[in-house]
Design a protein around this ligand. Structure first.
Ligand code: NAP
Length: 249
């Protein structure tokens, strides 16, 4: 039976690569992002390659929208047994300049969003007798200047991952986290823009600090997600995999 996956924040960047990879692994994929029309290109690419996909507009931090989105996935694609909590935002600032809104925005998308999505999806997984949840953490969980909000959220996701692994293991559901280092996406491009450095220069400076001497691509993360989601990874749970070209970026 075809499995159904949900990938949040999948209109672009890492989420889009993950959605396409899971589709090529044979899963039907729900592409969730804030704006439904933004999901169209990824859905069309998956369908063009012979896969099944459904684009849904939903804010992962909105309880009702999450419930409705997950129910729609179950009705139109099939009961979701794979969830990738990837949607994310940054609101970087040094602590003394960080507003409460900067703090709340980041907590809401990463932590509240992953909580709401996981709670909604687990009921289908436990009923199905198995499932996979993969949460996107970050090397910033280890601390990163200007990211008090983001690093707290990404470290929080690691604790969330380990607790869900303990609670859901007996239902055959594994829960793992991937902590990417520098990945070339609009998120890192926007950071380069904010600090006033051309993206190519910004990437080169990052690569100089990375043991494998290059920055990451969204497909590097999609490959790791594919492993955690695979049937053979059923004994791997509660883990945090740093995918950063070295022990940490
Ligand atoms: P990205 O290019 O900015 O893509 C993030 C996507 O999430 C966007 O399509 C965005 O939609 C969507 N999104 C934001 N808020 C949402 C919400 N409330 N509900 C639904 N969708 C929402 O980011 P990325 O670089 O691919 O990052 C993906 C994940 O990896 C994030 O969790 C990020 O923190 C993590 N990560 C990234 C890096 C990196 O170097 N890029 C490193 C470590 C971890 P809009 O465009 O409409 O805002």
């Amino acid at each position: 039976m075809t499995q159904t996956a949900i990938v949040t924040g999948a209109a672009r960047g890492i989420g889009a690569a993950v959605a396409k990879r899971l589709a090529s692994d044979g899963l039907a994929v729900a592409v969730i992002d804030l704006d439904e029309s933004a999901c169209k290109a990824v859905v069309e690419e998956i369908e063009g390659a012979g896969g099944r996909a459904l684009g849904i507009g939903a804010d992962v931090s909105d309880e009702e929208a999450v419930q409705a989105a997950v129910e729609r996935v179950a009705e139109e694609l099939g009961a979701p047994t794979v969830l990738v909590n990837n949607a994310g935002v940054i609101r970087d600032n040094m602590l003394f300049r960080m507003t409460a809104d900067d703090w709340d925005a980041v907590m809401n998308v990463h932590l509240r969003g992953s909580f709401l999505m996981s709670r909604a999806a687990q009921s289908y997984m436990t009923k199905a007798g198995g499932g996979r949840i993969v949460n996107l953490s970050s090397t910033s969980a280890l601390g990163n200047r200007g990211q008090a909000n983001y690093s707290a959220a990404k470290a929080g996701l690691q604790g969330f991952t380990k607790t869900l692994a303990i609670e859901l293991g007996k239902f055959g559901v594994t829960v793992n986290a991937i902590a990417p280092g520098f990945i070339e996406t609009e998120m890192t491009a926007s950071t380069a823009e904010r600090v006033g450095v051309p993206f190519e220069e910004f990437k080169a400076a990052a690569a100089a600090q990375i043991p494998v001497a290059r920055t990451g691509k969204p497909d590097d993360i999609a490959h790791a997600v594919s492993f955690f989601v695979s049937e053979g990874a059923g004994f791997v749970s509660g883990q945090v995999l740093y995918v950063a070209g070295g022990p940490r970026a």
